[in-house]
Design a protein around this ligand. Structure first.
Ligand code: PCA
Length: 213
């Protein structure tokens, strides 16, 4: 039985809700014959979010870690390929920190790859009728910070880890209807599929997932 650590973030910016946290709550305790999900909430705060993640790793002792965050405006489930070693905050975090062009880990590598089977996840999500793509950047805010911190933390272990960005919920776009959204049910189903595929698929598929811009 594999232990899965699933994290979601508290709301940030002008939002009152964060779909990633709603998904984490919905999936907490979910169990199959292969795995059990342990969900945790992370603060949208540079530094503290990684500290909390580290504590959760010590507590849950997971085989696999999936961190999820909101990327308002993105139209699909974006499976992040890479975490980069920089904080560059467009808006302050929930404690007022706004690092600009600072390394996350001084002397750390420029980037870490996700160790989840990102192409297989995209394929299975699309096969299930959900919009999904590989994303080549998780941004430079708290999500990328946590993704980089996660991959740095588990770099010498057999734990697999990665990050998925998700769109807004329908209730978040009531006054900005030009923006994309997905229902909570669809996103919960998508994250469950991503976990299932990550547990089942050791070697990622060689499928096209690139972009020209
Ligand atoms: N999204 C932000 C941080 C927390 C969240 O859910 C981001 O994309 O960096």
């Amino acid at each position: 039985m594999k232990a899965i650590l699933l994290t979601g973030f508290e709301p940030f910016g002008e939002e009152e809700i964060n779909p990633s946290l709603e998904i984490a709550k919905a999936l907490d305790g979910r169990e199959t014959d292969k795995y059990k999900i342990y969900a945790r909430e992370l603060p949208c705060v540079f530094g503290e979010a990684v500290d909390q993640l580290r504590l959760a790793i010590q507590e849950v002792k997971p085989d696999l870690i999936l961190c999820v965050g909101q990327a308002g405006g993105r139209p699909d489930l974006s499976i992040e390929r890479i975490a980069i070693n920089v904080d560059d905050a467009r808006i302050p975090d929930n404690k007022g920190n706004q690092p600009i062009d600072e390394p996350i880990i001084v002397e750390g590598p420029v980037a870490y790859w996700s160790s989840l089977p990102i192409k297989a996840i995209v394929k299975h999500l699309r096969d299930a009728g959900l919009p999904a793509s590989v994303s080549q950047t998780a941004g430079t805010y708290v999500c990328n910070h946590v993704f980089y911190g996660l991959m740095h933390e588990i770099r010498h272990s057999s734990i697999r880890g990665g990050f998925i960005h998700i769109p807004f919920l329908p209730e978040q776009i009531q006054t900005r209807t030009h923006m994309a959204s997905l229902s909570l049910d669809e996103m919960v189903r998508g994250i469950e599929i991503a976990i299932q595929v990550s547990v089942d698929v050791e070697q990622d598929l060689l499928l096209e997932g690139g972009q020209t811009q």
